[in-house]
Ligand binder design. Structure first.
Ligand code: GLU
Length: 373
């Protein structure tokens, strides 16, 4: 069966995971890498823009050092990634240049996308690399990233990169055929779901069930990536990177893997940054009146509707806005710190000056800096 999604895709982000790129020995799987590079080089020859998000730094570092186990401490992981990343790039540089293509290494941490200025810088760099006709090879900057600033998985990173450059399609290649209804290794009736139009709780449950089939990331992080991509108007496909000519098949509209189709009404670039790129630093709970003002009347959040503040955050950071039942209904950039908010919650904006001794803004979160969930 043909799918109509991909025929006109111009900007394509392709994510390849460690399980495809390396053997259990930690050595690079040259057979697969060569096949995928050939396919991507062919896309470039067709005039498409390609960005590759490649894992495998830690994996190939393990292989290069001949380690018997995965690195445990952060420092060990960072050192192993530093060794493996060079090896990976050497391999990509060699293979892509055989087809006459130029590659660029782009290493990102979550902090680069948290900060609006660095977010825009990263976007400009990636777009300029595309302009030069080169292929960015993106990975998390494992050598400097620690828990606080890491993405944690390259599935999410690939979705953020896709939104960063306004891609048309994100392809996540892994070692299973797509999202299954159950774990096919345990349940013979399990089948691959061809199309997902909405990420429902059922879909999340299904993803959780197939979790143990994959290494780092698993299906859950792929579904999180799909949520980001879909909300940004980008289609996403999860497919088996071992399948012959998989990228060509996806782009010719063949029904392979699981397609996550875009929602209507895309978030604009700045709103995407608020919704996805930022780390959530705390939660603000609001009453029903404020909920209605936000959801139905398109208003800003004022201190009067706030009932509780959780977490430690500074002014300018991103927080969740939750309804009285604790459900997240919006996200936004907050104008006051958590400490200040605890003093002014429930008050009228006019009283802020008397309580704090100064007034920053009458809105706690301005509408322009807010995204409804
Ligand atoms: N950045 C890690 C690496 O290159 C991989 C993270 C992931 O696979 O999600 O080794």
């Amino acid at each position: 069966m043909k799918r109509s999604i991909s025929l006109n895709c111009q900007k394509i982000v392709i994510k390849v995971g460690t399980r495809l790129l390396t053997y259990d020995t930690g050595k690079l799987n040259l057979g697969i890498i060569e096949k995928l590079v050939r396919e991507m080089a062919d896309l470039k020859n067709q005039g498409k823009d390609v960005v590759l998000v490649s894992s495998g730094a830690v994996g190939s570092g393990i292989g290069r050092l001949g380690l018997k186990r995965k690195p445990v401490s952060v420092q060990e992981k960072q050192a192993v990634a530093a060794i493996g990343q060079g090896l990976l790039m050497q391999c990509y540089e060699k293979l892509f240049s055989e087809y006459g293509h130029i590659v660029a290494q782009v290493l990102l941490t979550r902090e680069d996308l948290n900060n609006r200025k660095r977010y825009i810088n990263s976007r400009n760099t990636l777009l300029h690399i595309l302009k030069f006709g080169a292929i960015s090879i993106v990975n998390e900057n494992d050598t400097i990233s620690t828990e606080e600033i890491e993405f944690g998985d390259n599935d999410k990173l690939s979705a953020l990169v896709a939104t960063l450059i306004d891609a048309d399609l994100l392809i996540i290649l892994t070692d299973i055929d797509g999202l299954y209804t159950a774990n096919p290794r345990l349940d013979p009736t399990a089948s691959c779901i061809p199309l997902v139009e909405e990420i429902t709780t059922d879909i999340k449950k299904v993803a959780g069930k197939t979790e143990e089939m994959l290494a780092k990331g698993g299906m859950t992080t792929k579904i999180e990536a799909a949520e980001i991509a879909m909300a940004s108007g980008i289609s996403m496909v999860i497919a088996n990177g071992r399948e012959e000519n998989i990228i060509r098949k996806i782009l010719s509209g063949e029904e392979t893997g699981t397609l996550f189709c875009t929602k209507q009404g895309h978030l604009r670039s700045r709103k995407r940054w608020i919704a996805f790129a930022q780390k959530i630093k705390g939660s603000i709970y609001i009453d029903q009146g404020a909920e209605q003002a936000l959801k139905e009347d398109g208003k800003s959040l004022l201190p009067i509707g706030i009932t509780k503040v959780e977490g430690l955050f500074a002014s300018g950071e991103t927080v969740s806005i939750c309804d009285s039942g604790g459900e997240e209904i919006a996200r936004g950039l907050v104008n006051y710190s958590a400490e200040e908010l605890r003093q002014i919650l429930g008050c009228k904006s006019i009283d802020i000056i008397n309580i704090l001794g100064y007034t920053g803004s009458k809105e706690v979160i301005h509408r322009d800096n807010m995204v409804l969930c």
